[in-house]
Every structure is written in structure tokens, then in C-alpha cells.
Design a protein around this ligand. Sequence first.
Ligand code: SF4
Length: 483
Amino acid sequence: MVQRNRVLFIQPPTAFSQTSPCLDDKQFGLGLLANAAWLEANGFEVRGLHVPLALHYGFDEEDVKAFILKENPIVIAIGLNWVHFSIGALEVAHLAKTLLPHVPVYIGGQHATMFAEEIVRSNALSVDGVIRGEAEHPLLSICQQVAEAGKVTKVVPGVVTCTGNNEAPQVQENMDELPVYRYSVLKPRSLRPDAGAISTTRGACPFQCAWCVEPVIGRLQGRRKLMFHSAKRIVDQIEVLMGEGVSRFTIQDNFFVGGNAKLIELSEELICRDIHPDHLNIFAHPESYSYEGYASLSACCELASVDFGVETGSYKVAKINNRHFDREEVVLSVSEAVRANVEPFTWWMAGLPGEDETALCDTERLILDTMKVGGIPRWVSPMILFPHTPIHEDPARFGVEPRFKNFQDYSKFSQATLAEAVLFSDTITHKSTGCSYEDICNASQRLRKFIAQHLHVVEEFYETSGMNPDLKSVESRILQSFF
Ligand code: SF4
């Protein structure tokens, strides 16, 4: 029997044939969870399928088909939030349309937003539209129209179809009015049911690092500026997820832009409500927090850690790419985190415009200097050059030649295995003056090997520090890290 108000959310695989994705495919898209919560709050019955997890647990494509048929929804919403799900999202759309030809299929998410027109133009038979930007209001309008009239008859701002529409989406201005989300809406269960991500901000990062896709996506999503959830609302979200068994949290969005003030507010709210997560991890840049901020983070949870996006140790590279950088500040920030009992992890990049032998040596030196004060390298990634970033818009100014230009090009991330992405240059998105695709791939390998050779430095540091970070998995993770 058709449920007249049931909506099915699907987190796609990278591709049904892919057995070793080059990027993690087991995460839960927060946009998808947020939209499921929003539709539920607006009276719809919501179901969710996490296809990569289903495949991981031994189900196959036939089981996915059976699930879609059994749920028999009025609308299907597919999340395409990151580059490596490109092919899988379209495979799921095609499969759903073949099974349920009269059910509208929409794709949304950050990556879909960047390539909205191209996706609808090339997939008109299986994709009814792409939701560009924040999806709550457009998706609600779609579902209400289908529930009432059986189809979408009115233009929905924010939805790109093969007949056009480039109007910006309406966004929920007061973010705290958005309902909190639950991981349990997507089945099957997560591989790490005690771990969850918290959404704290929406909108564009106010900085303009030339390679970074964050401000681009933030602007495309339709919000005027970066906005924060209140500390109360963030803790409401943490509390609800704790009720589902999540006790280890990560904040990987633009929360760091709020600096010490926002972090201290969050810490005080957690302490005031006697909510004490087992682990709280936050993404930041080295200049984001001082000791005061780290101390407040450490005070509100059992284990605190920060992922520092340092990226480069070269003043020249930082300047070319409009990136704030101060070597001493980086080392000081890592050591201040340690002083406050916060585990400091560092993230690095290769293939940035302006990178040469001197720049790579500078980066190696800074990696070593941060390791001497407790910085634990976690990730080395070749830069992925995305459309609409300052570099992609004006590559000549940065001495760069883009190799990936359209959705089809970026779909290579769905097909490449992790080993291929780490070892070969097929997923390198650009070359630059004096730097071939292979050079960028090799630079990435070189930094990984440098870290592996110097891991003893950080191991020795923690022998006497009184802290006990998990260093056992660092080497294998670094050598296999891609993005
Ligand atoms: S790298 Fe960080 S600071 Fe720079 S634009 Fe991106 S999110 Fe903002």
C-alpha cells in the first residue's frame, strides 16, 4: 500500500561495483539527517537507507531494490554531499526510477549543489531535480505538493530541473528552530555507533583561502553569512544523540570561526547541564584558539582533541593562497593545546599553488617542529581543486592548470580505489608551474613517508607528557590517507 506521506532518504554508495573507496563512505551525511528530522517535524513519515553500510553488512543491490519497493515512498531524496558519491548517487536514482517510475527522485547535498545543472541535464530520465543549497524548505514544498496533488506542479526556489530555475533557496533564518537530528533514522546501524558529528554552523566561512571549497559551498547554499547554532541548541543536539548511544562527538564545520568565545559558551553549557561526552573533537586552524579555549574544551569532556588544518609550512605558499600563516603561532597553538590536555592532531596538504622543493622542505620542518611539542600528524592530502574556488576561477593567476572541470571528471573519485588514489596520479585534479600530476602525487607520498620516519619524535614526547593518545594507528593511517 502506498504511504501517502512517506519519504525515503538514501545515502548512496560510491558505486555499487566499488569495494575499496578512496574516501570514507561510512559517514552519515548531516544534511540528510537534518532534512529527515525537518520533514518528520512537519508531519511526514521518514525512512532512511545507508547503502554503503548495507553493502558492508552483506546485503547487495537486490536487497537495496527490495527495500525501496517495500518502503514505496511518495518522494525519494538522495544525498550527494561529497565528490566520491557521484556515480553511486546516479546509480541509486536510476535504480529507484526503474522500480518506481512515478515517484519523484531528487538529489541534494554539497557536491550536487556545485553541479546541479549538469546533473539534471544528463540524467533527466532518472532525476526529477537537484536541490541546490539548504534543502529544508525546497524539500518540504516538494513533499507537500506530491502528498496533495500526486506531483510537483509549482516552481520550487532552490530546485534545479531540466526546465531551469536558478532561484536561491529559502533558508530557515533562525537555525535554532531546526529540529535536532537522529542517527537512527538511517538504517542499518553505524559501524561506530558511539561516534557522531554535530552540526553547529551554516553559511560560508568568512576567510578566502584560494583552494578552499567551504566558502564556495557556503555561498551557494543560500545563506547570507556564516551563522551559528546557540550553545543551548548544540547541547540539545548532543543530548539527543547521547540518548541514542553516541558519546564521542566531532565538530568538523566552521565552529572554529567563533574562536574562544563560542567554545567557552559551549563548554559552560555542557558543564551547567551536567552533560559530559566521552570525547569531543573539534576542527580548527592554529590561530583559532588560545590556551583559554583549549582549557574550556578539556574541562567539558573526558577526552578532548583538536584537528588542526595547518596544510603548509611555507610562507610563500600561504601568501599565494591568501592563507593566514605564522610558524611560531602554529607551534605555540599545538603546545598550548597539549598544556590544556587536548590531543592535537595536524592535517597537511600537497600540491598547493606555489609549492616547490623549498616549500616542501619548509612543510617538513614545520611538521617536525609540531611533532616535537606533541602534534600528531593525522592526514596528508593532495589538494582537490574544485570549481568556483578562486584558483579554479582564475587558474593562470595561481600558475595552475585544472584537469577536472565537470561532473564527469570528478566522478573519477567514485571509481578510484584507495590504493590507486594514494599511489597513482589519476585523481590529481590539476598541475601547476613546475609540478606535474605525478609530482603532486609524489609530494604527497614524500610528506607521508617523512612523517612515518619521524613518528618516534611524537612517541617519545608522549612517554613523559602524562597524556596517552592513540599513536598505534597513526603510521598506517598516514601512509594510507588520501583526503
Ligand atoms: S581553509 Fe579554513 S579558514 Fe580557509 S576558507 Fe577554508 S574553512 Fe575557511
